[in-house]
Structures are given as C-alpha cells and as structure tokens.
Design a binder for this molecule. Structure first.
Ligand code: ATP
Ligand code: MG
Length: 344
C-alpha cells in the first residue's frame, strides 16, 4: 500500500480544510471558508473537509453540545453545497491518524514557534498558565490535519495564515531532518472580499464562534428578523458610504459591512460602492439585511431539515471517515517508517 504514497515534490493537487464544532457557524465561517470550499469542490480537484472536534476541545466543550455542534456543522457543510459524494466529509476524531501524526509534529515543531502564534496569545490571554496544553499544541495538530492528506492547497480565512506558515515550517523541517521530500509545502488560499469578517460590536476583532456576545455575529441559524436586527445594531461611524474603496481607509466597521455585501453578492468592493456610494448606513443596512437573508435563509432552512435525521448525518460521517482513512493510513505508515518506528 505504501507504494501509492507520493514521496516526490510533484504532489497531485488536493484541497483540505476544517471547521471547529465549537459553537454556532457564523457569517465569517461561511464567507471566509465554507462558500469557498464549495467553489473548490466544483473545480474537480479532490476536496477533503473536516469537522475538527479535537481542536474544539482545546477549550472546554459540554459533551452534549459538542455532539450537537458536530452534527449541525455537518448539516451546515451539506446545506452550503458540499456534496458528500464529491468531497470527503468527515469528523476528525473518527480518523485517529490525525492525532498520531500530530504527535510526530509535536516533536518537530519548536516551543519558540508555538509561542509566537497570535491565536495562542489571543485565546490564552493573560491566563496562559491555566490554558490547556492542547490549545498550545493546536497548530501542530492542524499541520497534521493538512499533511496527513498531503494536501497542497488549504482555503482558510485570514486569521489562519500564520498557522499555515507554521505548517509549511513543520513540513520543511521534517523533510530536512529526515533527508526526504515527503510532505508537500502547502499553499494557503486566502481569497475573496471577506477573508476577515469583523465583529459587529468591535471592528478591530474578528467575528468568532467563541465570542461570548451573540450580537457580535450573524449565526447561520439566525432567522430573518434576528439577522436584520443584528445588522441594524452593528456598530458603524456617522459618515455616509464613500464612492471608492480608498474612502474606507481607517473605517473598519464601514469596510466590514461593504466587504460582507460584496462577498454575499459575489462582486467586488468597488462595484458595491459604485451602487451605494453616498448612502447613509440607515439606507445601506436594510439593503444588506435583505441580501444576507436571501443568501442565508435557504441554508439555515436546509440545515434544520437535515438535523431532523441525525442518523443520516452519522452515516455520512462514517462513510467520510472511511474514505479519509484510506488516504491517511498509508501516509502515516510511511511517516513511521521514515522516522524509524519498528513494525510500521
Ligand atoms: P473559534 O472562535 O472557536 O476559533 P472561529 O469562528 O474562529 O471559531 P474556526 O472553526 O476556528 O472558527 O475557523 C473555521 C474557518 O473559518 C477557518 O478557515 C477560519 O479562517 C474561518 N474564519 C473564522 N472566522 C472568520 C472570520 N471572522 N472571517 C473570515 N473567515 C473566518
Ligand atoms: Mg478560530
């Protein structure tokens, strides 16, 4: 089986990405990640998408809520357009090779590299001594998620850029230390008008599942009234909208709403401003709400429908995990051989 594992620098293109079942999916996850996962699925490249439950538990998760969030995330993927027959769709903990490769990478990555990670600093905050060891090691597991598939491209939001750089550093060091050309140097794919959707309450913070304020984000499961209310209350400045992108300089809240509109409408910021330049937020916000509802309502409706039969979701995840393991298992075996583990 190992003969099938690629060991040269010409790797077949393969896309991998993951989302944590750490809370409600939000507009940032949709625009920065999921919507673009669907675009990649349609290019015909092999696509592998994962619910990363082992990342979610790096901070406390109530077990019942985690189970629910994992299934709802799977429903979200499918409702957004991921076809489990085309893409490999699965749950991380069902493919133990991720954790096994992560251990090897824990021994490749350096403490100094991990300490520089801004997500670690943001999430551990001032209370780093009390944060879990898993939260610190998170990026090594993420590198394993990607490299256990020899993935060449990873679509993510802007916030994950640094972790992707670390993944490249880990691959480079592994290849160098063992004198092999085994792991690809993966490319991050950070594209589109909404690679960093900001909180509706604070234009300097990204929209996040883990933000304690529900008003900071639009959840994929919010109804039309809630979406409209959250957009109406979103923090803005008193100026009207500019006619050109330069006019958004130094106005993070205004930029955020225009970026969201452009990403939802599949157009550019310049094209949006051509239409709405000169309008006040009191006029623009209802237009944005209407578009957000139009795009999100069918997805949340489909998610709710899929969640009525969780046994079907579990079947999809079981099947996805089997397909994922068929790729991951020989790559892990080859890694063990390279490292010198007996019996690999
Ligand atoms: P948490 O707060 O628990 O870390 P999260 O909202 O950051 O959750 P993740 O599961 O960590 O979501 O990230 C899933 C994907 O969504 C990643 O590709 C990430 O880059 C992207 N993403 C997350 N937040 C945003 C955002 N505000 N704008 C654009 N993309 C985002
Ligand atoms: Mg995150």
């Amino acid at each position: 089986m190992t003969e099938a594992v690629q060991t040269s620098s010409s790797f077949t293109p393969r896309v991998f990405s993951g989302i944590q079942p750490s809370g409600d999916l939000h507009l940032g996850n949709y625009l920065g990640a999921m919507k673009r996962f669907v675009d990649m699925q349609e290019t015909g490249i092999e696509t592998v998408y994962c619910m990363v439950d082992m990342h979610a538990i790096t901070v406390w998760q109530d077990p019942e809520k985690l189970r629910h969030a994992t299934r709802e995330l799977c429903a979200g993927f499918i409702a957004a357009g991921i076809d489990p027959a085309k893409s490999i769709l699965f749950n991380q903990s069902q493919v133990p090779e991720h954790a096994q490769l992560a251990w090897i990478f824990n021994c490749v990555a350096r403490m100094g590299w991990m300490q520089r990670m801004t997500q670690w600093k943001d999430k551990a905050g001032k209370n780093a001594q009390n944060a879990s060891l898993g939260l610190f090691a998170y990026p090594a597991l993420m590198a394993a998620d990607i490299l256990i598939y020899h993935a060449t491209h990873v679509p993510v939001g802007e916030d994950q850029k640094q972790h992707l750089e670390l993944t490249r550093d880990i691959a480079t060091k592994f290849n160098h230390d063992y004198g092999v050309d085994f792991f690809p140097i993966t490319e991050p794919v950070i594209e589109g008008a909404a690679t960093r959707v900001m909180s509706f309450r604070d234009g300097s913070k990204k929209m996040s599942k883990s933000d304690p304020s529900d008003a900071s984000r639009i959840n994929m499961t919010d109804d039309a009234d809630t979406i409209a209310k959250k957009i109406r209350k979103a923090k803005t400045d008193p100026e009207g909208l500019p006619s050109e992108a330069e006019g958004l300089e130094g106005r993070p809240e205004a930029r955020n709403l225009v970026n969201i509109y452009a990403a939802l409408a599949d157009t550019s910021v310049d094209a949006v401003l051509k239409d709405v330049g000169g309008k006040q937020f009191s006029e623009f916000k209802p237009i944005l709400s209407e578009l957000a509802v139009e795009k999100l309502a069918p997805i949340s409706g489909e998610m709710a429908r899929l969640m009525q039969d969780t046994s079907e979701i579990d079947k999809i995840l079981d099947h996805g995990a089997e397909r994922a393991r068929a790729i991951a298992s020989p790559i892990l075996k080859k890694t063990y051989e390279i490292v010198g583990m007996v019996g690999a």
